[in-house]
Ligand binder design. Structure first.
Ligand SMILES: C[S@@+](CC[C@H](N)C(=O)[O-])C[C@H]1O[C@@H](n2cnc3c(N)ncnc32)[C@H](O)[C@@H]1O
Length: 681
């Protein structure tokens, strides 16, 4: 992106007789007139015309005396020195003429000396701000930890200052690298601040169509600087945003969909007019834009955050790294170590001042010490970058000796447990670090934390649901733990097979259970008839009496043996015939009979059942009849006769269909019992 700073509103103020009637304050700036009464006697540094204001950055010596102060100006030095007219008693605060012109005082020459309150850039009087974890596709953001007053200086936008040519080259380079977010901020005359590789927290400020901050151009020691200032009072722990006033390249035909979520959202970042509908419809959505394609997993960890001390005599600083060679110029940074800078940030700063690579064993020890979950993902990510930039093999070996594997295991364990959007790229990056190290099988096997060995952890990661992480873990395991990986895969396959077969066994068990359920009602029926349930009925000898209902029941389909521990290879038992009545009349007739009790049988089955019931009853009834007992032919004749009668009746009843039903046993047996009464004496 190219973000053009909004020209500071109103730098031209009316003097005595002006509409304001008082010396202008920051609050008055919005009411300024477009035309200045200023008479410039020497060259102005910048002139920008906006619709409502003319913005002019002055040199002190051209400021008309009558406009700003009743006191005589003190011209202290050469033309380019910014000196204000504040008295020592007042100090340079809101009404300081320099400040109102967005020019910082030079502390060497400011009459207020140490009291000067117009050196905020130089003294880095930043508000307490912190990084905000990505909540949505916009990525990271910046929030204020303290309440801000309207007009308060928040932070300077710093980065590498590059010229137009270098800016164009970098744009292409970043696009090729697949960078999702862009951090260019144009200053003037084609110069751009690039905070992609080097910058401070200001680079995480997101765009909003209803921003709470704005950018202002300030002159600091003869340089133009960009500052972020509160547009209104802002509560603590609020996200800070400003309007990007996004400028699109001629080549960039598609727009970046805005995700600020404000009611007045214009739809696209930098759109001059509201275009919300288009944005909702996905029209003009840039598929390569960060917002539409933001994938935190693919996002590179942010570059090492560097804040350099300001070197008075060498505005380029001593950081003559690649950026300088590429035409980039270091933005000047002021002062000592930043307020609120963490230990890790300070460490990273030191490393970066030495070219961005680790140079000593002390560094290695520090790095391993910083690989702990208590440090922010931002810090860890930067530490990973630093490790990955280790130049020598001996240094990488030193990491292994110092126990980096255990430290990484603890981190990765945390990331897998809390697999947030932000943790996933770190998990993958940690695996990159592992594969970057010169590992041996022995080193891996020896490494372990309290939870488990690194080997087990790594092999488990090979089955992680994030395919990319699993792939990276798999590659490491293939390289160093090939035999273990193979064994693990084999045992997994075996387990899967067992699972599959045991689930088949469970299915068969369920089938058996259903069979038993089918039997149970028939047993109940028998009990209604005065008998005892066959399963429970035992005689005095503990044996099941012969006269149980089973004698009359059709034998159930063959069941597999119950006690087989190992699953039988045989196919599951054939399913019972569907319990559908044969016709509508049957359905009506047996409507009171549940499906579980009625199933269609072949005529042979039916006849066998009927015959069995009759034989049983007839033989039992003739036991006491000595004459009949001996006349077997007569008994057979009775059986045949009864059987034919029953069959005739049943056929009539079922309309020709032969259907075994729950009443069959009772009915046939009752019929036979009644018939045999005549033979009982
Ligand atoms: C200066 S960076 C801001 C920090 C960035 N969010 C990050 O995670 O590093 C600008 C980039 O943030 C994203 N961005 C910022 N504000 C946005 C918004 N309102 N809607 C969509 N994307 C936004 C865009 O990808 C843009 O290129």
């Amino acid at each position: 992106m190219t973000t053009e700073t909004k020209p500071p509103p109103g730098r031209v103020f009316a003097g005595p007789g002006n509409d304001l009637g008082h010396a202008p304050t920051l609050a008055d700036r919005s009411s300024c007139d477009p035309v200045s009464t200023t008479k410039a006697t020497t060259t102005t540094t910048t002139t920008t015309r906006t619709s409502s204001c003319t913005t002019i950055s002055y040199r002190l010596d051209i400021i008309p005396k009558n406009v700003y102060t009743s006191r005589p100006r003190r011209r202290v030095r050469a033309d380019d020195v910014m000196v204000c007219d504040c008295s020592l008693s007042e100090g340079c605060s809101e009404n300081c003429i320099n400040r109102m012109m967005f020019v910082e005082c030079d502390p060497k020459y400011c009459p207020c000396g140490d009291e000067c309150q117009n050196c905020r850039f130089q003294n880095r009087q930043y508000a307490e701000v912190s990084l905000m974890e990505p909540k949505d596709l916009k990525g990271f953001g910046l929030m204020t930890r303290q309440a801000l007053k309207k007009g308060q200086f928040v932070i300077e936008y710093v980065g590498e200052v590059v010229n137009e040519e270098e800016h164009n080259r970098r744009k292409v380079e970043y696009r090729k690298e697949g960078k999702r977010h862009f951090y260019f901020m144009s200053i003037a005359n084609g110069e751009v601040i690039d905070a992609t590789r080097r910058g401070n927290l200001s680079r995480f400020l997101n765009h909003s169509c209803n921003p709470n901050c704005e950018t202002q151009k300030w002159q600091v020691g003869g340089e133009l600087c960009i500052g972020i200032f509160a547009l209104r009072d802002v509560d603590a722990n609020t996200e800070l945003t400003f309007d990007y006033h996004f400028e699109r390249d001629a080549q960039q035909t598609q727009r970046l969909r805005c995700l600020c979520g404000e009611p007045n959202c214009r739809g696209f970042v930098g759109s001059k007019t509201a275009n919300v509908e288009d944005a909702r419809d996905g029209l003009g959505d840039d598929p390569s834009s960060s917002a539409s394609q933001y994938d935190p997993a693919r996002d590179e960890p942010r570059p090492v955050m560097v804040e350099r001390g300001h070197v008075e005599d060498d505005p380029l600083g001593s950081l003559s790294t690649s950026s300088q060679q590429q035409g980039g110029r270091r933005r000047r940074f002021s002062g000592q170590v930043a307020r609120g800078q963490t230990e890790v940030e300070q460490f990273l700063e030191t490393v970066c001042s030495e070219g961005g690579v680790l140079t000593s064993d002390a560094h290695v020890i520090a790095v391993v010490r910083y690989l702990k979950p208590q440090y922010s993902i931002f810090e860890i990510s930067n530490i990973f970058q630093v490790i990955l930039a280790s130049p020598t093999r001996s240094m990488r070996e030193e990491f292994v000796k110092r126990g980096i594997l255990s430290a990484l295991q603890v981190l990765m364990h945390r990331y897998t447990e809390e697999l947030t959007k932000a943790n996933l790229p770190l998990l993958r990056k940690a695996l990159d670090v592992v594969s970057f190290l010169p590992l041996t099988e022995e080193a891996i096997i020896r490494s372990r934390t309290g939870k488990c060995s690194f080997t087990t952890f790594l092999l488990d990661l090979c089955r992680h649901h994030d395919q990319e992480a699993a792939r990276r873990a798999g590659a490491i395991a293939e390289k160093h733990l090939a035999s273990q990986l193979r064994r693990r895969r084999e045992s997994q396959q075996r387990a899967q097979q067992q699972m599959a077969s045991s689930s088949g066994w469970r299915d068969r068990e369920r089938e058996r259970e259903r069979d038993r359920d089918r039997d149970r009602p028939r047993i109940r029926e028998w009990r209604q008839d005065g008998g005892r349930p066959p399963s429970l009925a035992v005689n005095a000898n503990g044996k099941r009496p012969r006269d149980d209902a089973r004698a009359f029941l059709p034998s159930p389909p063959p069941r597999p043996a119950h006690k087989t521990a190992a699953p039988p290879a045989a196919a599951p038992p054939p399913p019972r015939p569907a319990p559908t009545p044969t016709s509508t009349s049957n359905a009506k007739r047996f409507k009171e009979i549940s499906d579980a009790f009625v199933w269609k049988q072949s005529s042979d089955d039916f006849r066998a059942i009927v015959r069995e019931i009759i034989e049983y009853r007839v033989k039992k009834s003739t036991r006491d009849n000595k004459v009949l007992r001996k006349d077997k032919a007569k008994v057979e004749a009775i059986i045949d006769k009864l059987y034919n009668k029953v069959m005739k009746k049943e056929n009539e009843r079922a309309g020709g269909a032969v259907t075994v039903h729950k009443d069959l046993v009772k009915k046939v047996d009752g019929y036979a019992r009644g018939h045999m009464k005549q033979y009982s004496k």
